[in-house]
Ligand binder design. Sequence first.
Ligand code: NAD
Ligand code: LMR
Length: 338
Amino acid sequence: ALQRSVANKAQKQSQRLQYHLQPRASFKVAILGAAGGIGQPLSLLIKMSPLVSALHLYDIANVKGVAADLSHCNTPSQVLDFTGASELPNSLKGVNVVVIPAGASRKPGMTRDDLFNINANIVMNSVEAIADNCPDAFIHIISNPVNSTVPIAAEVLKQKGVYDPKKLFGVTTLDVVRANTFVAQKKNLKLIDVDVPVIGGHAGIMILPLLSKTRPSVSFTDEEVEELTVRIQNAGTEVVEAKAGAGSATLSMAYAAARFVESSLRALDGDGDVYECSFVQSDLTELPFFASRVKLGRKGIEALIPSDLQGLTEYEQKALDVLKPELKASIEKGCQFC
Ligand code: NAD
Ligand code: LMR
């Protein structure tokens, strides 16, 4: 086992070295909803990426000023703006990654599912345009309710005959970012080292952090598990309440979405060691979509990571059993929309 682990480490190091020796590639990224609360800081963070050659900012309004502002940053990517449905197709041509933070956000007292009636149409129209103009792109869906908007996107792509389940992602990175932050604070760990996989879906009890799989290995009391799990599950609501009607998480979301974009670009660029959690088409459980860790490669998802679901604690197994019917209903609601 020791030999195998040393060999694996050497192989990973050599993959990383090869990746870092290659010239930087140039990718095009489009953001749909770029003038919004998430869209603006996300655009800034992506403008800072050395892997991006062009940043296409699309929104139904107010995007010209955002693009003019960002274009003055002396980083490599060219910034182009696109306003309104007539310019949507051109915003997508030749794009490698499309991020969708378009749509309404929660106010106190609302669930993510309360956004379905507005955001389902926005995601459907956005994905129709993606299918027509850049069917090979990685699609990152941020718009809530993610548990339903991802199945909507899958149905649209199927109807257009271009569905590639390896390239459709519900962005759940913020759940991991929060879990890492809260665990590091609670256990007084170095933030950079902490990694907690978060599985299930993206709302309430469907967000299931696997604290027993925290790396580096940490032990938690039952009270700590309960407290941390509930805090991670309610973190979105914590922000919605603190903003008191002015929207939901935007800055931490932009940070998390930028991490997921950068991971996708690294994978597209040939880095062979990229893993992220995401809500994707899955056969890890009986549900057709499920969030888990995935390995990313040039063609999208290279593998789901089943080992995270093995050897769960009794608490995690029970929480998984309880979340499944709710997640199933959210997925079906999305599938039936189109
Ligand atoms: P926001 O209202 O500040 O911005 C939304 C933007 O979308 C606006 O600029 C608006 O003009 C634009 N828009 C509306 N219709 C559009 C269309 N048809 N095409 C393109 N753009 C369109 O909202 P926000 O705070 O940026 O949140 C956006 C979405 O992200 C919400 O649905 C929110 O619930 C979700 N969200 C998800 C996560 C997650 O973890 N996945 C985290 C935070 C927020
Ligand atoms: C979040 O987790 O912050 C987002 O899903 C936004 C929300 O409505 O909570």
